[in-house]
Write a protein that binds this ligand. Sequence first.
Ligand SMILES: Cc1cc2nc3c(=O)[nH]c(=O)nc-3n(C[C@H](O)[C@H](O)[C@H](O)COP(=O)(O)OP(=O)(O)OC[C@H]3O[C@@H](n4cnc5c(N)ncnc54)[C@H](O)[C@@H]3O)c2cc1C
Length: 466
Amino acid sequence: MVDFNRKFDVLVIGGGNAALCAAISARRSGASVLVLEGAPKFYRGGNTRHTRNMRCAHDAATDILTGPYTEEEFWNDLLVVTGGQTDEELARFMIRESKDILNWIVEQGVRWQPSLGGTLSLGRTNSFFLGGGRAMLNALYLTAERLGVEIVYDAEVTGLQIENGMFLGATLKQPVDGATEIRASALVAAAGGFEANIEWLKEYWGDAADNFLIRGTPYNRGSVLKMLLDNGVQDVGDPTQCHAVAIDARAPKFDGGIITRHDSVVFGIVVNKHAQRFYDEGEDIWPKRYAIWGRLVAAQPDQIAYIIFDSSVVTSFMPTLFPPIGAPTVAELAAKLELDPAALEKTVADFNAAVQPGTFNHTILDDCRTEGLMPAKTHWARKIDAPPYLAYPVRPGITFTYLGTRVNKQSRMLMKDGKPAANMFAAGEIMAGNVLGKGYAAGIGMTIGSVFGRVAGREAARNARN
Ligand SMILES: Cc1cc2nc3c(=O)[nH]c(=O)nc-3n(C[C@H](O)[C@H](O)[C@H](O)COP(=O)(O)OP(=O)(O)OC[C@H]3O[C@@H](n4cnc5c(N)ncnc54)[C@H](O)[C@@H]3O)c2cc1C
């Protein structure tokens, strides 16, 4: 039983990667630590449960990484995907620290495995968790418990007492062991973004947000973020920016996870409900582009689209949970998808006529492209002419939002007047917007959580001591 009458050194709100890295780091720095996880124990760990890998810089190949990935290359990748919308000082700091995280996270019990083949081709840049995100979390929880971190589940925080940038205490939605008020000397907020809060999403997306599917936990409703911003913490990031991919339209509203994602875009064409193409499906290699398709589909009428391909490519991408919808002709496929058959036939015929000869290779920017087509398909364009014709219906799958709390290199929140908060730190999705102004490169979510979680825990412990 947790003694709620005591004042903890560090209170960590959240139960995912960022929270656990912060809790372990704070505890290892000598602090007493309480973790409040809003979800029940079975669902602990937020979006982290769904993850598979983390992107870290390294100067040489390792047991599981096929070659070096320098700080500069990581920085350049981040620059490209964000279009420069990143805090360079913080981002470079994160990348530098990520080198050490490769070993630090193993010291906390997490194990790596080599990446399997597949369309993401991340074997050089990203380390995969043995057993996936849930195994990774289980290792972190076990380590935290062994170190003496106190953890409470079903402990949703609904109130924060903050005076002039100074955290005083937190209020629980429902009593735990009779207590609802928690006191601590320092706070680490690691409670995720607001992606599961459809009403909040609607403030920026309008009714379109009703058609969004949330890939992860229903518990990331952004309540802690909102309370912090309402109490004078400086915000960072565009509220409409988020990580969003195309996922199967048949997926559940929440928590469908990784198996609902479709990576087949580069092997076919994508049309909207009017059977019209709307974007270059072959713009760049898939790890750098998969995360734009959620937003692209969100901008289409009724937020629905269809990946159209043929039988020649079905073994080219990872098997999917939901089977493709198939038909012997394009017109019959259109009928099954409730699209205008003539319109889809014309779109496929126009595409096929524009395809130029080339040598197909999905691992490089190959020379298979269209000519005279708008929008063009600039790589991996091959005719769709081998029946049966197949399709996946897709909707925007929101992974996490980028609006967050601004922090400095100590992971300490900054107040609206620019001054550092007295004793408040943030890590993970809740501050991801400092690094990710827009765009995404696979595996950075976990880098942000691990690097800033570790720093936030250490700094919060130091802060609590002083
Ligand atoms: C399907 C899927 C696959 C992904 N794959 C990858 C991947 O392979 N690599 C990668 O880098 N990133 C991946 N991501 C993104 C990654 O999950 C996040 O970037 C990362 O897990 C964020 O960690 P976090 O600790 O900040 O948030 P989370 O892990 O989401 O944790 C937030 C926690 O806060 C808790 N919480 C929320 N509100 C409250 C409250 N009021 N009171 C108490 N607790 C609260 C939640 O219950 C949860 O435990 C994926 C995401 C999804 C959805």
